[in-house]
Design a protein around this ligand. Sequence first.
Ligand SMILES: C[S@@+](CC[C@H](N)C(=O)[O-])C[C@H]1O[C@@H](n2cnc3c(N)ncnc32)[C@H](O)[C@@H]1O
Length: 351
Amino acid sequence: MIECVEAEIRDRCRTVSVAERCNQPDAPAGAARDDSARARLVRRVNQLYHDLTQDVFDVEHRYRHRVERSFWHDVSRMLGDNDGVVAGRTVVDLACGTGFVTQILAEAMHPQDRLIAIDISPAALDSAARKCRPHRLQQAVADGARLPLADESVDLFAINAALHHMPDPIGVLQEVDRVLKPAGLFALGFEPNLHHFRSPMARVAHGVDRLAWYANPRQNVRRFRAYLGLGGQDASCESDRAVCRMISECLQSEGLIDEPLNPAAILDMVDAHARGAAEHAGFDAVALIEALFPKYELIRLVSSDYLGEAPRRFRPVRSALDAVLRMMLPAHGSLFSMVVRKCVRGEEQAP
Ligand SMILES: C[S@@+](CC[C@H](N)C(=O)[O-])C[C@H]1O[C@@H](n2cnc3c(N)ncnc32)[C@H](O)[C@@H]1O
């Protein structure tokens, strides 16, 4: 799965630091953010993990992207509906990854608009830039809680499937509020809500995964070889383990941890608000909106679900199951997406 040479990866671990490459569009305004040891660790783990796995990111997330595409097309159409503003808008895709949302937004934009992709992983940003050619893309390697953007400078701010990777999501949302212009749009896509880990869909997805694993003859041969001590392994698990091992070594060499971390602990940090400790898992969408965006107009709040990724040969089965379950559980998705619009000053006092 991961086709990088180990030595090359180790080199990358050593050379990339959070603020290393930063062709920042504007000077950072310097927001207060969580700089505790854990927060720094979570950021560095995310940076390393996404740097090391971006080569396979699009393949691994192909199905998720297919499900999420229509929401982002709707958002890009809202950009087109922005009456009176023809060009020169600033659009930001935070935690852009390999550019799934960036590309959709780019296609809806005027050549004079400014599109800025931000991510903590330089390797992911490189992929996003390749995907968005020939659009002119500005890039910044930065943390979501310290955006290199001026106050009230952004017309549309997008985050997709990424807030739960960040150690201080509230700090990130405060930054979004700081940089959005009055009347600017904020679109947050496909974050886990509080039901995420208890939802029937999540359980069914897990069951389908297990079934697919046990039904796969090649996996069974590997399992049998491993049982006989002949060295058979699950290739994808093995490569995830290798990545986690490298991350752990890198963190130790940087003095961020004393003892090696096991793969589960590393993966819990990658998905900082989605796995592991229950108190960190998922967001309360309505509470978020009420607490952080009281002066915003709610344009859209949708809940959705899908069964996650599947090996290629099981995808048709999973797509069919997805459709059936969506019909059966229309309003109980464990992911939420929303679009809010910042009120123009004075508008919030209007009756
Ligand atoms: C699941 S990927 C989503 C990527 C993309 N938005 C998509 O939908 O395909 C999460 C992304 O968040 C980025 N990320 C994680 N922590 C971050 C942070 N603190 N600041 C900025 N980006 C971060 C990762 O590097 C990764 O590219």
